[in-house]
Design a protein around this ligand. Sequence first.
Ligand SMILES: NC(=O)C1=CN([C@@H]2O[C@H](COP(=O)(O)OP(=O)(O)OC[C@H]3O[C@@H](n4cnc5c(N)ncnc54)[C@H](OP(=O)(O)O)[C@@H]3O)[C@@H](O)[C@H]2O)C=CC1
Ligand SMILES: O=C(CO)[C@H](O)[C@H](O)COP(=O)(O)O
Length: 473
Amino acid sequence: MDKADIGVTGLAVMGRNLARNFAHHGYVVAVHNRTEERTNQFMDDYRDEGSFLPSGSVQDFVASLNRPRKAIIMVKAGGPTDAVIEELAAHMEPGDMIIDGGNANFADTRRREAALKERGLLFVGSGISGGEEGALNGPSIMPGGDAEAYKTLGPLLEDISAKVDGTPCCVHVGPDGAGHFVKMVHNGIEYADMQLIAESYDLLRQAQGLAPAEIADVFREWNQGELESYLIEITAEVLGHVDAETGKPFVDVVVDQAEQKGTGRWTVQSALDLGVPVTGIAEAVFSRALSGHPEQRAAARALAGPNGTAAHANLVEDVRRALYASKIVAYAQGFDQMVAASEEYGWDIDLGAMATIWRGGCIIRARFLDRIREAYDADRRLPTLLVDPTFAEALTAAQDSWRRVVATAATIGVPTPGFSSALAYYDALRRDRLPASLVQGLRDFFGAHTYRRVDRDGSFHTDWSADRSESPA
Ligand SMILES: NC(=O)C1=CN([C@@H]2O[C@H](COP(=O)(O)OP(=O)(O)OC[C@H]3O[C@@H](n4cnc5c(N)ncnc54)[C@H](OP(=O)(O)O)[C@@H]3O)[C@@H](O)[C@H]2O)C=CC1
Ligand SMILES: O=C(CO)[C@H](O)[C@H](O)COP(=O)(O)O
């Protein structure tokens, strides 16, 4: 048989489905896994689906690839990825390509890209989203790295990616770590979106007294309108599911402690460094963290506060509108973070293109992303998505509902950090004057940190401990 067009090493959930996807598109695919049994199992299960070249060693795997070699790594992020890169690089030649499709930290990707460049190898850090089903039938792909590498690699990735209106959900994002950065923000938004969905469910159950199956129907209906998205669709599925063993709603037999692998946390860490307020993502990360402290929660259970239901007319429609408004805020913040990183690292990320490639294949795919794409098509330098006329109108329409939902939740003691922080962000952003002026005054008082004045240029300090005279700093 000919040599392979592309190779995949790491044949767990993502890698094996990606390899099959390439094969389904007519490519000859080299496959390898650290533990050879997994490669053998892969061949037993899928050999009839296409042309695969299995290898038991990294050396044979590399040797089975056509030049310039293209090897995709789909293994655990961190140390394992470094180990596999080192093994591959040892057998590769200048011009060959290593593609990391795992959820790597973008800082690692920048380091790896620079190191491999010195050895004449091209390194592509690529976000791949869509889980098991997406990897097999068409994921959203976010490749970064050298534009030259994309010329050779891009057509293959575009071929296997999801398509929306005939457009591939794959585009070259930018140099070095840009692809993994964008995937990280995608996951951060995924966290925020799921948190808002979870708060909506909680309110409908606690405040309105609806059963999970009834809430599933509400989500099914919501999925027909502006909230239409994969996450809303699968929320209806999960809420409607009944545990076969107990006959109880599935959500009632699952331990209420949300886990995380790290991409949401990385998003917030990066946002802190960049100075971008991604409050929706941060609240989602912290809500998962809070849920994971059962002893603290048990100790606090007897604390005072209402745990009641609410007489709230049209709560279901109010929650739908609050969810949409809060979702707009969460996405606006995520896009702001991409703008800041693009400037900081010189990536020149095309925001409209990011919205385009997230329309299909990935976990946050949604009708809504078409509107984001249109917003950036209309104005590439939009200061915030919130001021795009379509979104500004949606936020106006949601106003009263959004405020009623947050007020009701606070009154009856249902925590809605996502809804509340989104509304607070919205109100802060539109304020003429913020109390930050007082913060500046306090900083100058205790630490002579200086402040700027509204009426003239320069920095100033007031001599707080003496005659309170002001002098230029
Ligand atoms: N699962 C998902 O839905 C998604 C996952 N991702 C990312 O894709 C990547 C793959 O994910 P997934 O398929 O879930 O697999 P896992 O993250 O569970 O990783 C398992 C794979 O990593 C290999 N591996 C682990 N340690 C090493 C090592 N030191 N050297 C060589 N290989 C090693 C395993 O080999 P062995 O069989 O020998 O143990 C196995 O092939 C991850 O980075 C993940 O974050 C991205 C999007 C979605
Ligand atoms: O990358 C993904 C989808 O795009 C994964 O599903 C994501 O890593 C899940 O993250 P976590 O386990 O932290 O919730």
